[in-house]
Each structure stands twice: as C-alpha cells, then as structure tokens.
Design a protein around this ligand. Structure first.
Ligand code: MN
Length: 323
C-alpha cells in the first residue's frame, strides 16, 4: 500500500493536500511536509484547510503561509490527512470527481477513500506519511522533517501516550538526522502560551467537576468563558489533558460550546476505557485514549448523562473482563 499510494501520487498532475477543520499539528504536519516533498519533485500541489482562523501556535511550521481555504479550480487528486471521516475537511464529497486518497491512523477510520492508507498502529498520521516516503526512497528536506517531527511529538503528548513504541523513537531520531530541531520544535509547541490561554486554564481549574467517585473529570466551557478570558477556540486544545491528568481520573470530558451554539465533546482516558467507542456511538471518532464528537443537543446535562452512561458501561465491561 505504501508503494500504491506513492504511485497514485506520481500519476496525478495536480494534488490538493487537505487537513481537517480546527487543525492540530499532526494533520498540518502531514500536509505541509507533503507540500514540500511534492514541490521539490516538481509536482503541482495545493494546501487546503476550511478553517478560517488557523491556530497561531502552528505558524512556525514551514509552508504554513501557503494554506488556503479555497480549492484550486483544477486538480485531479485530493489527499486527506489525519481524518477519520471525509466530513472532517468540510467538503461535499458528492460534488467531487477527483481521486481521493485517505492517509490516517485513527482506529475508527471509515476507509472513505479510493485509496486508503490507514494504520492505527502508528502514533500519528505524520508517521504514516514518513513510512510512505521512506518506502519509496523520497528525499526528505529539513522543512519536511520539521513538520513530521512536530506532528508526531504533538500527537504522542511528547512521547507519553499508549500509541508509542520503539519505532516512534527510531523514526523521530531519523527525522532529527534529516534536520528537525527537537528543542526548537518543543519550544514552539510548549513554551508559547498566550496569557489568554493561561487565564482560561485558571477558569477550568476552578470549575472542574469530579464525578463517579473522582473517576470522571468534567469541564464545560461556554462562549462566555472564552470571551471573559480573551481566549480563542484553539486555546481550549490542552484543557482536556489537564483534566485527565488528575490522579483519580480515568475519563476526562470537555464540553465546548461552539460559536453556533452546538457543542464539541472531547474525551480522554488514562488506562482502560476505549473512548473511541463512545465517540463513535455519538457520530464522532478517534483513538483508544483520545476521541471526540459533535452534538447539536443544546442541553449540556443531557450530553453529560449520555456520556456517563457509556462510562458506566465501559467500566462494567472492563470489570467483567478482569474478573
Ligand atoms: Mn493524528
């Protein structure tokens, strides 16, 4: 499959590299690295992301300035990175005649592409891209290496989550050899916290709720809370991890009110709960330890009890198994 995808890319004349809405470092890392690779071999390539305000924190990634929220007029191949579902890129699939390539590492990926390169055993979509480039002996510049290293370190929580293995470290070492600067990248991702994000954390720490004997940590962030702290949506991104990090918590839940009044629910587990199953049940997706879904239900209590029911079931299943 690593060769088939590259072959399809070589056969394409003009390629759009698409990352998911409200992008993280992994999805952008893939697209930006591939942009560099394709431009270097003389291919016509475009970067597409439907989000109007892209996260400032990720501006350090090489080629970021080439991202556009418009599709070019002519292209024959569309590659999606780090998307469990086609809808993640905010495009209408039925109006597209182009070949679709799906490159991802989500457990819940629906294999929506004409070609699917989906490997859930990889710690990030960036690592899937890296494997593909290596399998086809493609030259990797320091710019591409920076993008791939950054996406991977972000998706693994700086080499801390259950999706890492020795290969993750070996690949990272190789990317450093290719010119990625790990100290510079960590500084950009970690030591660049705007005051508003700090203030939002303060709000979260003061309002976090512990449920189910402390095994569930819950935080609700409304648009008003964002306004009060001056924070933007992108500033909510790490919040869910603070909740999960509480010693007693197995399941962290963050309920975020979107500008249109709908809700984004982020889920994190620490040890045994498969949150991708919960997210999938409510139309979302993700990984074993990190997943999410969207909801049009405007009563947060209803959303909370829906998720808590699933938590109870997950606990019961786990206890059955470990008997
Ligand atoms: Mn990812």
């Amino acid at each position: 499959m690593l060769k088939i995808v590259w072959q399809a890319i070589l056969e394409s004349k003009s390629i759009v590299l698409a990352s998911h809405v409200n992008p993280d470092c992994d999805t952008l890392g893939c697209a930006l690295a591939m942009f560099d690779v394709l431009r270097n071999i003389g291919k016509e390539a475009y970067l597409f992301n439907a989000t109007e305000k892209l996260p400032n924190k990720l501006r350090f990634l090489p080629n970021f300035e080439h991202i556009s929220s418009q599709l070019p007029n002519n292209f024959d191949t569309l590659i999606l990175f780090d998307c469990a579902k086609f809808e993640r890129v905010n495009l209408n699939k039925s109006t597209l005649k182009q070949k679709i390539i799906n490159i991802d590492h989500h457990l819940t990926n629906s294999n929506f592409g004409d070609i699917n390169l989906v490997s859930a055993e990889f710690s990030s979509a960036c690592m899937v891209v890296f494997e593909m480039l290596k399998a086809n002996s493609i030259k990797i510049s320091s710019k591409a290496a920076t993008c791939l290293y950054a996406g991977n370190i972000d998706d693994t929580g700086f080499f801390a989550y259950g999706n890492i293995n020795s290969k993750t470290f070996m690949n990272s070492a190789e990317l450093i050899e290719f010119g990625a600067d790990p100290v510079y990248i960590s500084k950009q991702l970690k030591q660049s916290v705007p005051l508003a994000r700090f203030r939002l954390k303060e709000h979260v720490m003061q309002t976090v709720d512990l449920l189910k004997n402390g095994r569930v940590g819950l935080v609700v962030i409304m648009q008003n809370d964002l306004k009060r702290s001056g924070a933007k949506r992108e500033d909510t991104e790490d919040i869910i991890n603070i909740i999960r990090d509480l010693v007693s918590v197995e399941l962290g839940i963050m309920i975020l009110e979107e500008e249109d009044g709908s809700f984004k629910i982020s889920l994190r587990s620490k040890n045994f709960l498969d949150v991708s199953k919960i997210a999938l049940k409510f139309g979302g997706g993700g990984h074993f330890g990190a997943a999410g879904f969207e909801s049009k239900i405007t009563n947060t209590h209803t959303i909370i009890s829906m998720v808590l029911n699933e938590f109870d079931e997950g606990i019961m299943e786990y206890e059955e198994k470990s008997k």
